[in-house]
Ligand binder design. Structure first.
Ligand code: ADP
Length: 479
């Protein structure tokens, strides 16, 4: 059984859970520990005990740790990518790409440890100097979802450590393998005991230990809107810092003047790859009248050529849905959309086995047309390979439809018009805007995050991560 890493020791959990391959449910990847409240609390205690020394550690020590972790992740990208594809179900190239991204993130934040931001200014009063510095927060709880089993942990853990915090990391129950591999790497790269702790367990069972303990100064969470709201409610009473990344209902606007190939690529890539299980996935194609029919026909033609199969099989375009629970949600929304009057133009077919007879959660990408803005399929996040086409009269209506949502993570437009592209960049109500590019797919050295119900708190990634993982101090010194 793979154990939890707490206070510099590998400890068995109260129970364990089997990690199952969604491309072949007969394949058990391994047994992983499940912590109880007492064990999760002990991880918080270990992190709190390690904080005074780690908060005073120098930039070279932090650089060395993060750089070593990044190097090992990059060197093992093929092996860790295989594990990730096996436990989560994204294709092997996507999984290797994600692991590579995790390595790059550790390298980036190794550099950030050397670039601790601060200012020295003259005071407005004579004879006084002013320094503005950033200090670590303390113990941070990092809670991550299953859809990016190594990249999201990396983009929370690396900045937390770079800026001098101690970490209690709880990965999603469905994907403990990548999280454990990352913890194993971090356990060997020079961190003092207790600075980084891995607590595998169920959110519903141990969440309170990670959220409500007064020793936890901050929580960074990525997951569903409902859980995010619970995280916020648990942290607010004592004023703990909170950063939430939640859902999306990301629009991709396609205008009459779009390059059709570009538009189809953006649509298919961002709605259906990674099985549509990305918070930045496009789920609403908002298409103007003049290109609507050509766009729908071209997307359907492309979807016909897509192979849904074992995530690790060469040639697979789209792997399985992550588990039976998510599959049931996807199928329910496809049914519901049709009941509300949408047309299923392609896909949405569930196969309980692939061509080789492996039992898994296979679902062909579903394209729904003739959908309207009031249908639930256009208002609620599905989190699967399901996208809806909404027809718009013109750019102005398309923009209004794109913004008519509770969410605001990523918003895209396909157009050859500089005028519309420029207007859209300014007026799209989203944290990230994409022009002639898929709504999914972001860089690691610039801010990531959304508006409205998609996000709360400061942005993740890049130099902006310092906003969350540090607190500012203003010091005055009289000469
Ligand atoms: P999803 O539906 O995508 O799995 P969740 O929001 O349920 O999203 O899960 C995201 C992360 O939040 C997971 O690590 C999960 O274990 C954790 N989680 C779930 N419930 C709680 C809770 N009550 N407190 C803290 N963490 C939780």
């Amino acid at each position: 059984m793979k154990r939890n890493w707490i206070g510099g020791e590998w400890l068995p959990g109260a129970r364990s859970i089997a990690n199952i391959n969604p491309s072949d449910t007969r394949d058990v990847i391994g047994e992983y520990a499940l912590a109880d409240m007492a064990q999760a609390t002990s991880a918080v205690a270990a992190a709190a005990a390690a904080f005074p020394a780690w908060s005073m550690s120098g930039p070279q020590q932090r650089f060395d740790v993060l750089d070593a972790a990044g190097s090992e992740i990059l060197a093992r990208a093929a092996e860790l990518g295989d594990l990730l594809a096996r436990e989560e179900g994204k294709t092997l190239p996507e999984a290797v790409g994600e692991v590579t991204r995790a390595g790059q993130i550790f390298k980036f934040f190794a550099g950030e440890a050397l670039r601790a931001p601060g200012q020295v200014l003259p005071s407005v009063r004579s004879g006084i100097g002013v320094e503005v510095t950033r200090e670590p927060l303390g113990v941070v709880s990092l809670i991550t979802p299953w859809n990016f089993p190594i990249a999201i942990p990396a983009w929370k853990i690396a900045p937390a450590l770079a800026h001098g915090n101690c970490v209690v990391f709880k990965p999603a129950e469905l994907v403990p393998g990548s999280a454990w591999a990352l913890a194993d790497i971090l356990s060997r790269c020079g961190l003092p005991a207790g600075v980084f702790n891995l607590v595998m367990g169920k959110g519903s069972e141990i969440g309170a230990a990670l959220l409500e303990d007064p020793r936890v100064a901050a929580v960074s969470f990525t997951g569903s809107v409902g859980t995010g709201q619970r995280v916020m409610q648990a942290c607010m009473p004592r004023g703990a810092k909170v950063q939430l990344e939640m859902g999306g209902k990301n629009p991709l606007v396609v205008l009459d003047d779009a390059d059709l190939d570009v538009a189809v690529n953006c649509a298919v890539q961002s709605a259906f790859y990674s099985t549509g299980q990305r918070c930045t996935a496009s789920s609403r194609f908002i298409v103007t009248e003049g290109i609507h029919d050509r766009f729908v026909d071209a997307v359907v033609a492309r979807l016909r050529s897509i192979k849904v199969d074992d995530a690790r099989k060469p040639g697979t375009d789209i792997g399985p849905v992550v588990d039976d629970h998510q599959l049931a949600i996807d199928l329910e929304y496809i049914q519901l959309a049709q009941a509300e009057g949408a047309t299923l133009a392609f896909g949405g077919t569930h196969a309980a086995r692939n061509v080789d007879g492996q039992p898994g959660f296979f679902l062909t990408p579903a394209l729904l047309t003739q959908t309207t803005q009031t249908m639930r399929i256009n208002r609620e996040e599905v989190f699967g390979p399901v996208a809806n086409v909404v027809q718009a009269r013109n750019y102005e209506e398309a923009l209004a439809l794109a913004n008519d949502t509770d969410f605001g993570l990523s918003s895209g437009i396909c157009t050859t018009s500089l005028k519309y592209a420029t207007h859209f960049k300014r007026h799209a109500q989203a944290g990230m805007v994409m022009v002639n590019a898929p709504t999914a797919g972001a860089d690691y050295h610039v801010p990531f995050g959304g508006r409205k119900a998609s996000s709360y708190g400061s942005r993740e990634q890049g130099t902006y991560a310092a906003e969350f993982y540090t607190v500012v101090k203003t010091a005055y010194t009289a000469a």
